[in-house]
Design a protein around this ligand. Structure first.
Ligand SMILES: [Fe+2]
Length: 337
């Protein structure tokens, strides 16, 4: 008798756990704040988030593709439109309807078929050594190809999606010929063979290895707000410049997410994306990683505010994504390592 009651208790507990609303999320973002946001989401909706971090975006896409209808992922989150575009191309996402997402996210920051949506923005800016370069000498990304910058530029390899997306945006805006000439010019002006990540380029500018680096805005912000004395010394030497302010604007990119094709909790998945765009979550994204919020009601972080306002390139990011394969071919052809 005792055993029967025990089994009943166990099975009712199991049933309760099963009926508790759930959501599966795969993410290739790696920030502590994402766990905090998940907890807030569970608190406000009762939906339990099963969160799996996957190191590389390509692995994430492959995993969801292989799992197909059995995937536990209802939502995927990744960085850079190049990766979001690849996820869409791989057929692992579905179009969704959400008035809140459509109203909150400007059209250039979401997929035209509503398969992915931006969660946060970053700008690809120039960082320069103030002892070697005057801000007045800087103007556009195109200008970096000018021979005057010979042996003075720093940028990471072309295998990284940040450079692939920037080149894709130039390809989309200027056409193939000019994009090819730009890659040739920039690679001819490099101060060293591409090595390291964006932070390494910033430090190399401060150390005098080169005079100008092409980097994402949040890496610069991290050094500018760092409590480390060494970083504070570096920051004193550096200036930040937003290219192309007199024409199309500075290239921006996003981290973003979408609902998987075979999501078994589609409604919860949409609720989750809407929560990520809410003021509460956007503020956490913005403050924790110095990214620009997508929800315009949220203030930008004070370090970014000090960099000044800027005009962002309004080109649809889905267009940038679609030009990525052509940009990669061109970078390979010219020999940007
Ligand atoms: Fe990054």
């Amino acid at each position: 008798m005792v055993r029967v009651i025990f089994l009943c208790a166990l099975s009712s507990g199991f049933l309760w756990a099963q009926s508790n609303p759930k959501l599966g999320v795969y993410s290739s973002r790696h920030y502590d704040v994402d766990h905090e946001i998940n907890e807030l989401f569970t608190q406000s909706t009762g939906i339990e988030v099963q969160f799996l971090q996957i190191k590389e975006a390509a692995q994430l896409v492959e995993k969801v593709k292989l799992e197909a209808k059995r995937t536990p992922a209802d939502v995927i989150i990744t960085v850079d439109v190049g990766n979001l575009w690849r996820a869409k191309e791989a057929g692992i996402l579905q179009s969704i309807q959400s008035d809140f997402l459509f109203e909150t996210i400007e059209p250039s920051l979401r997929d035209s078929a509503s398969q992915w949506f931006a969660l946060s923005k970053r700008a690809r800016v120039l960082v320069y050594n103030k002892e070697k370069v005057k801000a007045e000498e800087l103007s556009t990304y195109e200008n970096l190809a000018d021979p005057r910058w010979k042996s003075r530029l720093l940028v990471r390899t072309s295998t990284h999606v940040y450079n692939q997306s920037l080149t894709a945006s130039l390809f989309a805006s200027l056409g193939e010929k000019q994009a090819e000439a730009w890659i040739k010019g920039v690679t001819a002006n490099l101060a060293r063979k591409p090595e390291g990540g964006d932070t390494d380029q910033i430090k190399a500018v401060a150390a005098g290895v080169g005079d100008i680096a092409l980097v994402n805005s949040y890496y610069v912000a991290r050094i500018f707000q760092s409590k480390d004395k060494g970083d504070q010394e570096l920051a004193k030497k550096l200036g930040v410049f937003f290219p192309n302010q007199k024409d199309r604007g500075t290239h921006i990119n996003v981290s973003g997410g979408g609902v998987t094709k075979y999501a078994s909790n589609k409604e919860n998945a949409i609720k989750y994306l809407e929560f990520l765009l809410s003021e509460k979550a956007q503020k956490l994204y913005a403050d924790a990683n110095h990214e620009y919020p997508v929800n315009k009601t949220v203030k930008i972080d004070s370090v970014l505010q000090n960099f000044g306002e800027f005009k962002a390139d309004q080109i649809g990011l889905d267009k940038v994504g679609a030009n990525t394969p052509a940009a990669i071919r061109l970078m390979d052809k010219v020999g940007w390592r």
